[in-house]
Design a protein around this ligand. Structure first.
Ligand code: DX5
Ligand code: ZN
Length: 219
């Protein structure tokens, strides 16, 4: 997987014009599609499920980065693989046997990611980091788009980068929540590889040039 990646989150797209918004991302300089799956249990919101992922996969021409904000994600690993997910990320906070879950994701042919909420310490990943393709550092409390970026994220990214270097792995660091042109560069300087951006892209007047601007910030 390459580095310095922009992943627009379709959570902020216009669901009544989803194909149009997917084509926009296809044509843009974005690298991945970020798909947020919420169950109304782990997080206080429900987003969209399998039929919508299937419809997205039909049109999306870039890596599908699926972020599961659901309890007991093991139930759906094979289904997301079959739907075409390339990266599958589960939350640290809901996995009792994270090592087993991560290896089940890989056995299903996907890259394995683990997301941590703002209160979860990166040090808790010390004994799993070597198995991870990606760590998603949540820079807002998961559940909603359009929230403000939590400043403590920079310190977490630096600590995670150090852990990755110490363990000599090539795990990608993804940042999710409140990403915009003001914090993008600083996040990459702290060690981030993948920036998820929802509202900042889709609520802008010209999403294609917003993505291009974000990309310029991080090269
Ligand atoms: C939040 C989601 C994010 C969200 C980001 O729970 O995981 O991916 O869509 O949206 P913005 O960029 O608007 O914070
Ligand atoms: Zn997300």
């Amino acid at each position: 997987m390459g580095k310095r990646i922009i992943a627009p989150s379709l959570l902020a797209a216009d669901f009544a014009n989803l194909q149009r918004d997917i084509e926009m991302v296809n044509e843009s300089e974005a690298d991945w599609f970020h798909l947020d799956i919420m169950d109304g249990l782990f997080v206080p919101n429900i987003s969209f499920g399998m039929p919508v992922v299937k419809a997205i996969a039909k049109h999306a021409k870039k890596t599908l980065d699926v972020h599961l904000m659901i309890v007991d994600p093991d139930r759906y690993i094979q289904e997301f693989a079959d739907l075409g997910a390339n990266v599958l990320t589960v939350h640290y906070e809901v996995c009792n046997h994270l090592h087993r879950t991560v290896h089940a994701i890989k056995a299903a042919g996907m890259k394995a990611g683990v997301a941590i909420t703002p209160h979860t310490s990166v040090q808790l990943l010390e004994d799993i980091i070597q198995d991870l393709d990606l760590v998603c550092v949540m820079s807002v409390n998961p559940g909603f788009g359009g929230q403000s970026f939590i400043e403590n994220t920079y310190a977490k990214v630096k600590a995670l980068k150090k852990l990755i270097e110490d363990k000599n792995t090539d795990t990608l660091i993804e940042i999710d929540g409140g990403v915009n042109a003001t914090n993008a560069k600083k996040l990459v300087e702290a060690g981030a590889d993948v920036l998820v951006a929802g509202s900042f892209v889709f609520k802008s007047d010209d999403p294609i040039s917003t993505i291009a601007d974000l990309k310029k910030e991080i090269v």
